[in-house]
Design a protein around this ligand. Structure first.
Ligand SMILES: [Zn+2]
Length: 450
């Protein structure tokens, strides 16, 4: 179909539109349109007559193959992926999907070739609307059972999967007795914010040049020169976004209690002094940063810049991601290798310019290739050992790349207090031995010893 069709009617329209268009087969059909009910009409390109009308009338005027173009006024909200229904010949329901939206029209692809010019269109879920004077009938036919599209079937399957994961998580909680974080009240958020502000006030009085950089999720308090701070703050926001997506947390469910406070100094001496004076902790000489995870839910990260901006960015993201994990679902601690491996993975993704993780992996895997053993690095109870960080990030990256949805479930089960072997079994269907053997195979050592 390629011919251009003009508007055949002299009808004018007030609130809604009743446009008459000429059918391809010279039939005339009436099309209902409104802020929610859209009519379908002719083919690309528009005639002058239809163009003039299009500004006000919403009438669909063009059909080409399986696509149709439907002009709409600015107040009509249509998005790519929206489902539309066409009532062919006023009765048979044919489904379509919006494939493109421009300022004054959208394009929908319909699932069947039976659609004809003149058939009515409704955007799904937005179908009841007002006519010029009264109520326009919805174009949907409630008698007609909806035929499901592939997308709908996939979404249903996904929802089922999610529901069974949720059920497993709840069953695990019931068994272990681990309590999920309660949704904080506004008062609790405010209380934490007030505490953070008080801490910043004291810290600001103790060290020179401390300034606050605040984002939606972070309080970045630092004496690092202002012209250097931008990328670090951005990396923190990026990390938050990444983890929200990774754990499929809705945007309206904030993770932090108040905001996450990051206190970043230029020098190691100031950092060490801050930790001792304000955080009651004594970092070792080579500690680069520390994430303080309060059992009430608040998170404060202390750190210093040092000389390598990439490594600083990596450390910042690494430490802060520990805080995020603390706030995710429950306060349950994870096995050291999962906790550190995940923090290094996130740091690597957000700050790919840092060589930290690659160097640690290379150094440690050279040893593994020789000894053909992980020397217990991936045991459940092992405390984090700094030479093993290369193995931690290697193992976690392997699991995520294998299947990120399974990885999320793995973390969820660990967070519910389920043991590492059982979490692995429930999520990936593998024993630790099978996992380590697969891991070893990636470097040519399938009989890698745990
Ligand atoms: Zn760490």
């Amino acid at each position: 179909m390629g011919a251009s069709l003009g508007i055949g009617s002299r009808m004018t329209v007030q609130v809604t539109v009743q446009v008459t268009v000429v059918h391809a087969r010279r039939r005339v059909a009436v099309v209902w349109l409104a802020s929610a009910t859209v009519a379908l009409a002719a083919l690309f390109p528009m005639s002058d007559a239809s163009r003039a009308c299009a500004q006000q009338t919403l009438a669909v005027r063009q059909v080409s193959g399986e696509y149709c173009k439907i002009p709409l006024p600015a107040e009509q909200r249509v998005a790519v992926g929206d489902r539309v229904r066409f009532a062919a010949d006023g009765e048979e329901v044919i489904f379509g999907t919006v494939t493109a939206v421009a300022a004054d029209y959208f394009v929908a692809r319909f699932a069947s070739r039976q659609l004809k010019v003149g058939d009515a269109v409704a955007i799904r879920g937005r179908t009841s609307s007002k006519s010029a004077e009264g109520v326009v009938e919805t174009t949907e036919n409630p008698e007609q059972p909806a035929r499901k599209t592939r997308q709908e079937l996939l979404a249903e399957k996904q929802a089922e999967l999610e529901a069974s994961r949720q059920a497993r998580w709840e069953a695990a909680l019931a068994k272990t007795g681990v309590k999920p974080w309660a949704v904080p009240t506004e008062a609790q958020h405010a209380e934490t914010t007030a505490k953070h502000r008080e801490l910043m006030k004291q810290v600001g009085q103790t060290y020179q040049g401390m300034q606050l950089y605040e984002t939606e999720q972070f309080l970045f308090f630092s004496n690092i020169p202002a012209n250097q701070v931008g990328p670090y703050v951005l990396q923190l926001d990026k990390m938050y976004e990444l983890l929200m997506k990774m754990y499929q947390i809705p945007a309206d469910q904030p993770v932090w209690l108040g905001k996450c406070l990051v206190v970043a100094f230029v020098s190691q001496q100031q950092f060490a002094h801050f930790e001792q004076t304000f955080m009651n902790s004594a970092p070792a000489a080579k500690t680069y940063g520390r994430c303080h995870q309060n059992s009430n839910g608040s998170v404060v990260v202390g750190c210093y810049r040092g000389e390598n901006p990439h490594d600083f960015g990596h450390m910042l993201v690494h430490e802060t991601s520990h805080g995020f994990l603390h706030r995710y679902r429950t306060s349950q601690r994870l096995p050291a290798w999962v906790n550190e491996g995940l923090a290094d993975y996130v740091g690597q993704v957000v700050v790919p310019t840092s060589r930290q993780v690659a160097l640690q992996q290379r150094a440690r895997l050279q040893v593994v290739a020789r000894t053909r053993s992980l020397e217990g690095a991936l045991n459940e109870v092992t405390m984090a050992q700094s030479p093993d960080y290369g193995i931690y990030s290697w193992a976690v990256t392997f699991l995520i790349k294998l299947d990120d949805a399974k990885f999320k479930e793995f973390i969820d089960l660990l967070k519910a207090g389920v043991s590492y072997p059982e979490s692995l079994q429930q999520s990936y269907g593998a024993t630790p031995e099978q996992f380590i053997s697969s891991l070893g195979a990636t470097i040519g050592i399938p009989n890698l010893r745990p």
